[in-house]
Write a protein that binds this ligand. Structure first.
Ligand SMILES: *Cc1c(COP(=O)(O)O)cnc(C)c1O
Length: 407
């Protein structure tokens, strides 16, 4: 059987196949970058039109109450909660992932007086590492990096917070959340998990592993649109002690009392800062509803099947390219990354053929598998294109080597 014939059989048996029609995907495009910017749900434009024309246009300021804008951040957070093993009142949709990292790193440091070290790994997503720098410059934090496998040994009595990304953005490698959370707690440290490449693609059980804090992205697998609000999780046991540095009026216990002094809201609302982005929350809610309806367990099963199938297709085409992702699907997130000195040009040649993956400096070609809308037929075609690009050498054309500002 050819890979295309196998793909047709898998697609016919795929219980999620019908959800492809819930997304807008341009004709002739195979989209393997849903881990960077999720596709557009077909319901989003209509919802946005209603929020803009009716809620804003007609309702004007009354919509804070009548259209429930005021509760949107908590409501959307509550819908994200079951996707990550949290209770609804432990999650809020607000700000960007970077800003949420800042608030929670600072909150963790305040909960561990006498300890300053924020432990992470080299090669973590840049913003995660950069967000420590501002606190370091103010003398509040001290960054420590340890390679995978050496993290446990680096957990001493100076560590206030272990901060890691569950699925590595470049390799797709998974951390063992259970073991690392336990090790951090045994050392007296708190744990912050970045779920940007996990949420909506694989199951996470924050309360099951007793995590303290988490953040994640709204525009990747949750399909909330470019710049969608991110989310933040704080375990209920920390709500009473939570002190975050961005003490804006939306995190106040009574924002509309307009008092001079700050009193933090009692629960997760304390993480809010300024007026929430209502339009962004509306778009995010459509994506979250759709992903929740499909179900994380089914998405994960399909994501693993898609990546396994891509490897099988590459074998069938005798493609020889170095895999940097863990070879076993149980040890990686919803992506496969390959190393090649000309990964950038290969990525551009694939994009010219309608196969959109991405390049991660200096030499990684990253293919993401958003299981909500990809078919096995897409995967077979992508593998064939990659095989042809590599065999033909067409990626060596100068046009494919010119770097754009955003890759
Ligand atoms: C995508 C991603 C982010 C994005 O942060 P923003 O503030 O939304 O730009 C942060 N961390 C990780 C691990 C990511 O993958």
């Amino acid at each position: 059987m050819t890979p295309e014939q196998r793909a047709a059989e898998f697609d016919a048996a795929d219980p999620l196949a019908r959800y492809r029609d819930s997304f807008t995907l341009p004709e002739g495009v195979i989209y393997l970058d849903g881990n960077s910017l999720g596709a557009l749900p077909k319901a989003t434009p209509g919802r946005m039109q209603a929020v803009v024309a009716q809620e804003w246009g007609e309702g004007l300021i009354r919509s804070w109450n009548s259209a429930h804008w005021f509760e949107a951040a908590g409501r959307v957070g509550g819908k994200i909660a079951p996707l990550i093993g949290a209770s609804p009142h432990e999650v809020i949709a607000c700000d960007s992932t970077s800003v949420n990292l800042f608030k929670l790193i600072a909150a963790a440091l305040a909960m561990r007086p006498g300890r300053k070290v924020v432990l992470s790994e080299p090669g973590n997503f840049p913003t995660d590492l950069y967000m420590i720098a501002g606190l370091e410059a103010q003398g509040l934090a001290e960054r420590r990096l340890a390679e995978r496998g050496r993290l446990e040994a680096a957990l001493d009595s100076d560590v206030a917070l272990l901060m890691l990304t569950h699925v590595h953005y470049k390799t797709g490698g998974l951390h063992d959340m259970v073991a690392l959370t336990r090790a951090a707690h045994e050392a007296g440290a708190l744990v912050l998990w970045d779920l940007s490449h996990s949420t909506g693609a694989l199951p996470v059980d924050l309360n099951g592993v007793a995590a303290d804090f988490a953040v994640g992205c709204g525009y990747k697998y949750l399909c909330g649109g470019p710049g969608a609000p991110a989310f933040a999780f704080v375990a209920e046991r920390h709500h009473a002690d939570l002190q975050q540095p961005l003490t804006g009026w939306f995190g106040h216990a009574a924002p509309f009392a307009f008092t001079d002094d700050y009193t933090g809201a009692p629960g997760i609302d304390r993480l809010q800062c300024g007026t929430p982005p209502v339009l962004g929350l509306a778009a995010l809610e459509v994506g979250v509803d759709l992903i929740a309806e499909i179900g994380v367990d089914r998405l994960y099963a399909k994501s693993q099947a898609l990546s396994e199938f891509l490897l099988e297709c590459l074998m069938a085409h005798d493609v020889d390219i170095e895999l940097v992702s863990p070879p076993r699907s149980a040890e990686r997130g919803s992506q496969l990354s390959f190393r090649h000195p000309d990964a950038y040009a290969i990525c551009q040649a694939l994009i010219a053929r309608g196969v959109i993956g991405d390049f991660r400096a200096p030499d990684v070609l990253r293919l993401g598998f958003a299981p909500a809308y990809l078919s096995f037929t897409d995967i077979a075609a992508a593998a064939r294109h990659l095989a042809e690009v590599l065999a033909s050498g067409e990626w060596q054309r100068p046009a494919f080597r010119q770097r754009a500002a955003v890759t």
